[in-house]
Design a protein around this ligand. Structure first.
Ligand SMILES: [Zn+2]
Length: 80
């Protein structure tokens, strides 16, 4: 969401991973009805440069030190 009634793409800094966080690179993100309300019906109040799309799938890039249930996929080693 770039602003009220306006959507598009912007670049953002990678977030810092906290001890209980996972950083996920999205592969597919779907808009939700709540996103429509946010952008076009002012459901959360005026916002700018807000990332939408909480319904997604992706690949884990990094996890925090306290995360034990998931890890980034193993990296393929060349020559094997
Ligand atoms: Zn939803």
């Amino acid at each position: 969401m770039l602003g009220p009634n306006k959507t598009g793409f912007i670049e953002k800094e990678d977030p810092k991973v906290g001890s209980r966080d996972a950083l996920v690179r999205p592969l597919a993100v779907a808009p939700c009805t709540s996103d429509i309300h946010t952008v076009f019906e002012d459901a959360l109040g005026p916002r700018e440069n807000m990332i939408l799309g909480h319904e997604a799938c992706g690949v884990i890039v990094e996890v925090g030190e306290d995360v034990k249930d998931c890890q980034p996929p193993l990296t393929k080693v060349s020559g094997l």
